[in-house]
Design a protein around this ligand. Structure first.
Ligand SMILES: *Cc1c(COP(=O)(O)O)cnc(C)c1O
Length: 294
């Protein structure tokens, strides 16, 4: 894990040289604890250590970037990790869960119905030495950690910052750190998740919630972790043309949306746009070999 690997890559070809667009390569921190997961986890991990906890416990699906990131980051900080995984144990574990186990994480499989009630899971697994992290790192600590995505490099020169939105934790963090001249645009990767504004605002102070931001819907390609042949083709093009490895759950939808919005005249020609490459290439491991050229 090395945050010094992060840099801002100019991608003039993104819109055929018509717009000044760059991308923050937060994916380069680490192949596993990549992108925003490391940022979102920082304060959960530091606070757990300060409070003298021995174990991080959290929730996620079988291809969760958050689960495998927690397993590796936790282990690197000398903590035990426990993952409560959505769904019955499959005959063959996903590569993500196999890696999480190899990093030392203890896995507990929870039926889809029971998974909907994390409070109950926490009550049934009460241990004084455990620090719980909400699914996806959602929470104020997660947002505070994510806010350093904007300060790790000089991003003051950008007036438009665009990121993918799952739980909205990363976007809330970026809003916290944003300067008055910056507009933050989030691309929701869930279908018709209109409660996201409330969930983002819940992580902001009253002042922060007056900042200039907007979540855009309609670029989910059918819903969370859904994809189409057009999206896969676009991912291969981005790799070919800009040397950008994207994941189909988050960043491919982000770039596709940004390009579509640019084509539709959403941005001033003078704007300076920064996309956030939030990492998270785990989902791609569910593809058959050869689907992607990378
Ligand atoms: C988890 C993840 C997100 C979503 O972040 P939220 O804080 O949940 O909105 C975005 N991009 C990537 C690559 C991720 O892995």
């Amino acid at each position: 894990m090395n945050i010094n690997n992060i840099y801002i890559q100019n991608i003039p070809s993104f819109c055929n040289n018509t717009l000044a667009i760059s991308i923050l390569r937060a994916d380069l921190i680490d192949p596993v604890v990549s992108g925003n997961k490391w940022f979102k986890l920082q304060y959960y991990v530091l606070d757990a250590i300060t409070a003298g906890k021995s174990t991080l416990a959290t929730f996620g699906g079988p291809y969760s970037n958050h689960i495998v990131a927690t397993s590796k980051y936790g282990a690197s900080m000398g903590l035990q990790t426990v993952g409560f995984i959505r769904g019955e144990k499959p005959p063959k574990l996903s590569p993500t869960l196999t890696d999480a186990m190899e990093n030392g994480m203890t896995l507990h499989f929870i039926s889809r119905a029971d998974f909907l009630d994390p409070k109950k899971i926490m009550e049934e697994n009460k241990h004084a030495s455990w620090a719980w992290i909400p699914e996806g790192g959602y929470g104020i600590k997660g947002a505070e950690g994510a806010s350093s995505l904007l300060t790790i490099k000089n991003t003051q020169g950008f007036d438009t910052i665009i990121c993918a939105v799952g739980t909205g934790t990363m976007m809330a963090g970026i809003i916290k750190a944003a300067a008055p001249h910056q507009k933050i645009i989030g691309i929701s990767v869930l279908k018709n998740n209109f409660s996201i504004d409330t969930e983002i605002n819940a992580l902001l102070t009253t002042e922060e919630s007056k900042k200039n931001f907007e979540v855009i819907h309609g670029y989910d390609f059918g819903g969370y972790a859904k994809h189409t042949p057009a999206l896969i083709k676009y991912m291969n093009e981005c790799y070919n043309n800009m040397d950008l490895p994207l994941d189909f759950v988050y960043t491919a939808k982000l770039l596709y949306a940004a390009k579509d919005l640019a084509t539709k005249g959403k941005f001033e020609l003078s704007s300076k746009i920064l996309l956030i490459h939030s990492g998270g290439l785990q989902g791609n491991r569910s593809f058959k070999k050869g689907t992607l050229i990378y």
